[in-house]
Design a protein around this ligand. Structure first.
Ligand code: UDP
Ligand code: MG
Length: 321
């Protein structure tokens, strides 16, 4: 760990995919907010394999600025990977994650830092309203956030990747070996002292969203699968339900057999069908449950996380603003 004068107070991590056009404006806006705060800051920009001139723009920005740390991926690995890289590279006592398109307003930073100084370890940027986003997108986000809230065990409504994390939380997340990552969910999962700061989602002014509907669905499903073995366990539930339903059917068939209203041979066929089908599904379900457990185990998440008192006293003392 760096000591004394070299220490970075705030790292800002920014994933950037084809953001050449907007990047200089973003850096400018961020500087304007950071300058009066009197914090030692670094800016980690992760170029996620952009196909435009992001890499060159980034190099130009970094040339005269030792506080800008460019990271260039060999190809497009996706935003989650970019966030993970930023997490690993950032050296600050706290790390702020924000988008490059100014949809996460830098103006919210002072409030987030104030919360951090108050002693909060995680400061979530929460979207106040989604009126700028298409109705379908909002509907989709609501469903996804509902499912995720359930899987993660925390409120994910309005959750965004706009977050401030204390060094301790960063170090905890760095210990997570899982490869299918979902940043928002993991941050909720680890706990710590959490505060929210609301912000308005601005319209994207430069460039275009990197999401297609298909991409969004893939992303959501992937995250859900990364966080929950619910779909596997669902197989078991379907199995149990089938056996239950089959048993009822069997009882009805037997009843008709004994009252003599069933066709010859019919009873045997039904009984064999139901029993076999139910047994097969149940067996599959049992396998699924074990598989679900193995899936959870192989993530090797820590069983618990201990929160220690902070070693580092953030500059600026109490809240300013
Ligand atoms: N991004 C990235 N890799 C990708 C897609 C997006 O690093 O494969 C970055 C992008 O440059 C931006 C942030 O992730 O800084 C959010 O992307 P975008 O604005 O397209 O998503 P939206 O705001 O529509 O959710
Ligand atoms: Mg955006």
């Amino acid at each position: 760990m760096k000591l004394g004068a070299d220490r970075i107070d705030v790292s800002v991590v920014v994933p950037a995919f084809n953001e050449a056009e907007g990047l200089p404006r973003f850096v400018e806006a961020l500087d304007r907010v950071l300058a009066p705060l009197n914090v030692r800051a670094e800016l980690v920009i992760v170029n996620d394999g952009s196909r435009d001139t992001t890499e060159r723009v980034l190099a130009d920005i970094a040339r005269h600025r030792p506080d800008v740390v460019p990271v260039n991926f060999s190809r497009n690995f996706g935003k989650e990977a970019a966030l993970a890289a930023g997490l690993a590279v950032a050296t600050g006592e706290c790390v702020v994650f924000m988008d490059a398109d100014l949809q996460h307003p830098p103006e919210a930073l002072p409030e987030m830092l104030a919360k951090w100084r108050e002693g909060f370890d995680v400061v979530n940027g929460r979207k106040r309203r989604r009126s700028h986003e298409p109705a379908l997108y909002r509907k989709f986000a609501a469903i996804f956030n509902g499912l995720m809230s359930h899987a993660v065990g925390g409120d994910m409504a309005g959750a965004s990747d706009f977050k401030l994390l204390d060094r301790q939380v960063v170090n905890t997340l760095l210990q997570f070996p899982e490869r299918n990552r979902f940043f928002r969910g993991m941050v909720t999962w680890v706990g710590y002292r959490v505060a929210d700061v609301e912000f308005d989602v601005q319209e994207r002014e430069i460039g275009s969203t990197k999401w297609s509907l298909g991409g969004l669905i893939r992303y959501s499903l992937g995250n859900l699968l990364a966080f929950s073995s619910l779909p596997l366990v669902a197989v078991a539930y379907v199995g149990f339900a089938t056996v239950g339903f089959g048993t009822l059917l069997l009882i009805q068939t037997l009843y008709r057999y004994f009252t003599g209203t069933a066709a010859i041979g019919f009873t045997t066929v039904i009984a064999v069908q139901v029993m076999l089908g139910g047994m097969i599904l149940t067996a599959l379900g049992v396998i699924a449950i074990y598989l679900a457990r193995m899936y959870d185990e192989q993530k090797q998440r820590p069983m618990f996380i201990i929160r220690r008192p902070r070693a580092h006293q953030p500059p600026g003392g109490g809240s300013e603003r």
